[in-house]
Structures are given as structure tokens and as C-alpha cells.
Design a protein around this ligand. Structure first.
Ligand code: CO8
Length: 294
């Protein structure tokens, strides 16, 4: 598994270099910081958080912690009202949880991992900022959760024959989305579509995702970032208290429910993951991801 300590200096330098060139024309960052797994920058009242855990931004414990810290860091700047959540990879926004965290896990780390994942959801879904998801590539499973936690989602229509997919695909490989994630889908696309999406572990093309309101706009891949900044600036103009109160009108109760059931959710998650059949399914799925290339 790609861990923070295993990233070579070359990889880190390449991330920084690519990031700088991609955003040079988008935003002149007034401040930047880096945990090497995420990059944050601020331009006026709009910040950017770019996920940098290549190749697929899978969410390890360290990645979850880095995302939460990045959000808190930009929220601490009172000038900032908008945030663009982006990925350094154009082909994958995020591949969801790092499945290596779930397979043959150390129980203490598994507990810390799940708490850090819950925290990402709480920080993103409850952020005081208007969060715009710049989804240039695939967003399966918890990658879809990152997208659904944003206030507004802009997805790429793809490049060439590569069409990115988004959705909660867990059931396809024998695991189940936790309640806070499953309900997020139901809240977004509605009960009937959500039931089908969850039961089949359905991954949506950008046009299908747009049809069911899983994303809000689909644009050419080269336009995703530009359009995301336009939206972030537009949302950032709304008086912050009114915008945040409106957001909380829709989200507060849901956030409180997770706050109140966090420990229960951790125990349920651990019990599920440690199930023998679930471990077999995870092992087989991880193997299939590796074999796919051959
Ligand atoms: N975890 C760990 N490693 C991964 C993951 C992942 N989620 N996704 C990809 N990788 C690895 C691959 O094995 C591969 O490793 P290596 O280079 O060592 O062979 C490397 O990342 C690159 O992957 P690909 O070659 O597949 O990259 P592509 O650009 O061709 O495809 C995709 C990108 C489409 C994102 C593809 O990698 C994919 O489909 N990944 C799996 C996505 C997925 O199903 N994620 C589910 C995660 S589970 C989750 O998020 C929610 C779980 C909820 C709770 C569970 C309760 C038990």
C-alpha cells in the first residue's frame, strides 16, 4: 500500500509541479500549504483542496486526516467562503476507501481509520464553506461520498473513450455502504432511484448521474476546474450567514444523527469488516483490481 512514508521525493516533486502548472491560470494562490497528500491554496475568498494521493486518491487513515486538516486550515481563514475540492489525477477523483485498510486489519488502526473517515464526512458535509466538487474522473464508493458531501458537483463528460463513473458500488463486491453513506445517496437522488443504486451497486455515467441529480453539471474535462471556480465565486457572494443557515436547514439533523451514533457506527463497521465472508470478498476484490491490468 502506498503510505505517506513510502512516497519518493520524485513523486512528491512531480505532484507539486503538476499542481502548480494546472492551477497557474486558474488561481493565483495567496497562501499555499501541503501535507503531501493534499494541497491547499487560497485565492481571495475561494480556496482549493487538491487530493494528491496518486494514483487513485484512495482514502487511507492518513489521507482522511489530511483532508480533514486541509478543510479546517482553509476554514480558519475568515475571508474564505468557497472551496473547490479537486484531484490531481484527471482520471480518478477518488477510488474511495483504501481497501488495504479493511483487509486483514489491525483492530486499533481499523478503529482510528473509521473514525477519521466519519470525520471527513462531518467536516465536508457540515463545512461552513460552499464546497464545489470538481469531479474530473471516477468517483466510486467513498469517492462518491466525497462528491455527494459537496454543495454543488461539476463532473467531466470524459476524455476520448474514457467516461468516468460515479456511484456507490459496494454491493457489487459483497460489502455494504454504512448508514450515513447509504442515506446520503437516498437524500440526493431520492428513495426509488437510491434503492436501485444501492442494491445494484450501480455506477453512473456522467449523463445518467446528471439525470438523477447525483451531479449538477456535466462539462468537457478541460472546463471542469474553470467552471468550478466560477461556481465557487458565485456561491461565495451569497451572505455567508444566510448561505450556511440554509445549508444547515437541510443537513443539521443528519449531521447530528451521525454525531450521536458515531461509536455505534464504529462497532458495526468493525463487526462487518471482520466477518469471514466479508474478508474473503475484500481479498478477492483487491486481487481483481491488481489482475485487471494483466
Ligand atoms: N483501495 C486500494 N487500492 C486501490 C483502490 C482502492 N479502493 N482502487 C484502486 N486501487 C489500486 C489498484 O489495485 C492499483 O494498484 P497497483 O498499481 O498496485 O496494481 C492502483 O490503485 C491503480 O488502480 P487502477 O489500475 O485500477 O486504476 P485505473 O485508473 O485503471 O482505475 C478506478 C481507477 C476506476 C478508480 C479503479 O481503480 C477502481 O475501480 N478501483 C476500485 C474502486 C472501488 O470499488 N472502491 C471501493 C472502496 S470501498 C468504499 O469506498 C466504501 C466502503 C464502505 C464501507 C465498508 C463497510 C465494510
Amino acid at each position: 500500500m502506498l503510505r505517506v512514508g513510502s512516497r519518493t521525493q520524485f513523486q512528491i516533486a512531480r505532484c507539486i509541479q503538476q499542481n502548480a502548472s494546472r492551477y497557474f491560470s486558474q488561481a493565483v494562490a495567496s497562501t499555499t500549504s501541503s501535507s503531501s497528500l493534499v494541497e491547499t491554496s487560497i485565492d481571495g475568498n475561494v480556496a482549493t483542496l487538491t487530493m494528491n494521493r496518486l494514483p487513485v486518491n484512495s482514502l487511507s487513515l492518513e489521507m482522511c486526516e489530511a483532508i480533514s486538516s486541509g478543510i479546517k486550515e482553509v476554514e480558519a481563514n475568515p475571508k474564505v467562503q468557497g472551496l473547490v475540492l479537486a484531484s490531481l489525477s484527471k482520471s480518478t477523483f477518488s477510488a474511495g476507501l483504501d481497501l488495504n485498510e479493511l483487509y486483514n486489519p489491525d483492530l486499533d488502526r481499523l478503529t482510528a481509520f473509521w473514525k477519521s473517515f466519519q470525520q471527513v464526512f462531518l467536516d465536508l458535509y457540515g463545512s461552513r464553506l460552499a464546497v464545489i466538487g470538481a469531479i474530473e474522473g471516477n468517483a466510486p464508493a467513498a469517492g462518491c461520498m466525497l462528491a455527494l458531501s459537496c454543495d454543488y458537483r461539476i463532473m467531466s463528460s470524459g476524455s476520448g473513450k474514457k467516461v468516468p463513473l460515479i456511484g456507490l458500488n459496494e454491493s457489487q463486491f459483497g460489502i455494504v455502504a454504512p448508514p450515513f453513506l447509504g442515506h446520503l445517496m437516498l437524500r440526493t437522488v431520492g428513495q426509488r432511484e437510491g434503492e436501485i443504486a444501492l442494491s445494484l451497486g450501480k455506477l453512473y455515467t456522467p449523463s445518467d448521474a446528471l439525470r438523477v441529480n447525483m451531479v449538477d453539471e456535466v462539462v468537457d474535462i478541460e472546463k471542469v476546474l474553470g467552471r468550478s471556480y466560477e461556481c465557487a465565486h458565485q456561491w461565495a457572494k451569497i451572505p455567508p450567514h444566510a448561505r450556511y443557515a440554509s445549508k444547515m436547514l437541510a443537513r443539521k439533523q443528519y449531521l447530528q444523527e451521525l454525531h450521536a451514533t458515531r461509536d455505534e457506527d464504529v462497532e458495526a463497521f468493525k463487526g462487518f469488516v471482520m466477518n469471514e465472508q466479508v474478508q474473503k470478498n475484500l481479498g478477492a476484490y483487491l486481487q481483481s483490481l491488481k489482475v485487471k491490468k494483466k
